[in-house]
Write a protein that binds this ligand. Structure first.
Ligand code: PLP
Length: 481
C-alpha cells in the first residue's frame, strides 16, 4: 500500500482555509523555515480512502476479540469520546487565567477524588502521559523521600521476576540497581527470598497484584511489611486495575505510591500509541513531592492551582493528557459505585471461564483460579509437534482474533497470556475457545498450516526484531529535503 507521500502530486490542492480577512504580518525570518514544508498534496477523496484503507488493515476492539494480556483491550463506550469532544473542553488554552477554567479544574478535582477512593491513596497527579512514565515519576517520589530523610545509601529497587518489563526499566532509569526476586510455585513472591533480598540499601519494591500471571498474591500484607520494616517504600504497578477496582485497594495492601493507566482500565482506546494517561497516586507523606500542578480551593470556594511544596518538578506539560482524564471521569460516572466492582468481577469471571475451557487441552502452568487474565504454555505442544506460542498466536489472526500477549511473563516458557476483559459476551468467548481448540487439534493433524499462518492477513510474518530495533518512521524525501 502506498504511503500518503507517495500518492502526493505537486500542485494538487485541497483548500480548506477561508480567504485571509486580517492584515498579513511579516515574521522575523529568524523564526521562519528556510525550506518549504513537505506536505502530501492529495485530494480529499484520496485522504479519506487512504485512512479508511489503513483502518481496514488494522485490528481494534471494534473489529473483533482482542485478548492482549496485561493491556486490557476492552470496549470503550463512545459516550466517553463524546464527552472528551465537547467544544467547551477543547477550545481552551492551558495558560488561560485560572478563573476562566474553573469547570476544567472541577473535572480534575472530581476525577482525583474518585481515583483516590478506588486506590486508597491520598493525592493524585495527572501529569504522567503513560504507565511507564507514571512508574518513573513514582520512583522519583520514593527517591525524593529518601533524599529528604538524608537516607542516601538506599540504591536498590526490588522487582519480582514476573514483573512487566517497564518496572526494572523505570527503577534503572531512576539510577537504582534492580534486584530480581523469584516467584514461588504458586506464582506469588517467594517470601524467604524477598526477606533475604531486603536490607538497609533497599529503596523500595515494585509490584503488581494481581501479577502478570493473573494471580493475586495472598501474602501481600506480609510483603509490604517486609519492605517497610527494612525502611523501603512500596510501589504498586496499577497499569491494569481491571480485576481489583472497587474491590481491593493498593492503599490498603500497604502500598505508598502507584500509577494507573487510564488508557487501560478507564476507557481510552490505546494501541497504536494514542494519547494515554498514567496518573501517579500516593499517600499523604509523599504528596509534597508530586509533580506538576496541584489543585486546591481558595477561601472563596474557587479552584486554584499551585505546585506541591517539595515538588520533583514537572514530568510533562501542564495538566497532562487532559482529555483522557475526561474519558475516565465519564466512564466512572457512567458505571458508578456499583458498576465499577461489577466490571471487575465480570473481567475475572470471563478469564476464569475461558481458562477452565482451555485447560482441558492446553497446559496451564499456574492452574489455581485466576484474576482478570491467565497464562497458558505451549511447551508441551512444542515438544510433541514443533508448534510454538508464536504459531498459535499467528493462527488466531486468520480467525479475526487478535493474538494474546506472547512470550510474557518471562518465567513461563512459550507463554500465551489472555485477558478477555469484561466487555466480551459469553458467545464471543465460546467462539474464541472453539478456535483455540481447533488450532490445538491442527497442531497435531496439520502443523504446516500453523507454521505458515497467518494465511488471510495483509502481511504474513514481518521481521519483528528489525521492525522494533530499526523502525522506519520517517519518509525519505531524497534530494528535495
Ligand atoms: C501496560 C503496562 C505498563 C506500561 O504502561 P504504558 O502505558 O504502556 O507505558 C506497566 N505495567 C503493566 C503491568 C502494564 O500492563
Amino acid at each position: 500500500m502506498d504511503l500518503i507521500f507517495e500518492k502526493s502530486v505537486p500542485g494538487k490542492k485541497l483548500t480548506i482555509l477561508p480567504e485571509c480577512d486580517v492584515p498579513e504580518v511579516e515574521f522575523d525570518p529568524a523564526f521562519c523555515r528556510s525550506k518549504k514544508l513537505n506536505l502530501p498534496e492529495v485530494s480529499e477523496t484520496e485522504i479519506s480512502r487512504h485512512y479508511s484503507r489503513l483502518a481496514d488493515r488494522s485490528h481494534g476492539v471494534n473489529d473483533g476479540f482482542y485478548p492482549l494480556g496485561s493491556c486490557t483491550m476492552k470496549y470503550n463506550p463512545k459516550v466517553n469520546e463524546d464527552a472528551a469532544g465537547l467544544d467547551e473542553l477543547t477550545d481552551i488554552h492551558p495558560l488561560q487565567p485560572v478563573s476562566s477554567v474553573q469547570g476544567w479544574l472541577e473535572i480534575f478535582d472530581t476525577a482525583e477524588k474518585y481515583l483516590r477512593e478506588i486506590t486508597g491513596m491520598d493525592a493524585v497527579s495527572f501529569q504522567p502521559a503513560a504507565g511507564a512514565h507514571g512508574e518513573f515519576t513514582g520512583i522519583q517520589l520514593i527517591k525524593a523521600y529518601h533524599t529528604a530523610n538524608n537516607d542516601t545509601k538506599r540504591n536498590k529497587i526490588i522487582v519480582p521476576d514476573s514483573a512487566h518489563g517497564t518496572n526494572p526499566a523505570s527503577g534503572s532509569m531512576c539510577g537504582y540497581e534492580v534486584v530480581s526476586v523469584p516467584s514461588s510455585e504458586e506464582g506469588g513472591i517467594d517470601l524467604e527470598q524477598l526477606a533475604a533480598a531486603v536490607g538497609d540499601d533497599t529503596a523500595g519494591l515494585m509490584l503488581t497484584n494481581p501479577n502478570t500471571l493473573g494471580i493475586f498474591d495472598r501474602n501481600i500484607l506480609k510483603i509490604t511489611e517486609i519492605i517497610h520494616n527494612a525502611g523501603g517504600l512500596c510501589y504498586y504497578d496499577g497499569a491494569n486495575l481491571n480485576a481489583v477496582m472497587g474491590i481491593v485497594r493498593p492503599g490498603d495492601m500497604g502500598f505508598d505510591v502507584m500509577h494507573m493507566n487510564l488508557h487501560k482500565t478507564f476507557s481510552t482506546p490505546h494501541g497504536g500509541g494514542g494519547p494515554g494517561s498514567g496518573p501517579v497516586a500516593c499517600k499523604d507523606f509523599l504528596a509534597g513531592f508530586l509533580p506538576g500542578i496541584r489543585i486546591g480551593k481558595t477561601d472563596a470556594g474557587k479552584y486554584d492551582i499551585e505546585a506541591a511544596p517539595d515538588t520533583i518538578g514537572s514530568v510533562g506539560l501542564f495538566y497532562g493528557n487532559a482529555l483522557v482524564v475526561v474519558k475516565a471521569l465519564s466512564y466512572l460516572l457512567t458505571l458508578g459505585r456499583e458498576g465499577v466492582p461489577e466490571a471487575a468481577k465480570n473481567a475475572v469471571l470471563n478469564a476464569n471461564y475461558m481458562k477452565a475451557k482451555l485447560e482441558k487441552v492446553y497446559t496451564v502452568p499456574y492452574d489455581k483460579g485466576c484474576m482478570h487474565e491467565f497464562v497458558i504454555s505451549a511447551v508441551d505442544i512444542k515438544k510433541e509437534t514443533g508448534i510454538t506460542a508464536l504459531d498459535i498466536a499467528k493462527s488466531l489472526i486468520d480467525y479475526g482474533i487478535h493474538p494474546p500477549t506472547i512470550y510474557f511473563p518471562l518465567i513461563v516458557h512459550e507463554a500465551l497470556m489472555f485477558e478477555p476483559t469484561e466487555t466480551e459476551t459469553r458467545e464471543e468467548l465460546d467462539k474464541a475457545v472453539e478456535v483455540l481448540l481447533k488450532i490445538h487439534e491442527e497442531a497435531y493433524s496439520n502443523p504446516d498450516k500453523l507454521h505458515s499462518a497467518p494465511h488471510n492477513a495483509v502481511i504474513g510474518r514481518p521481521d519483528e526484531v528489525t521492525a522494533a530495533r530499526k523502525p522506519v518512521v520517517r519518509f525519505d524525501f531524497g534530494a528535495e529535503e
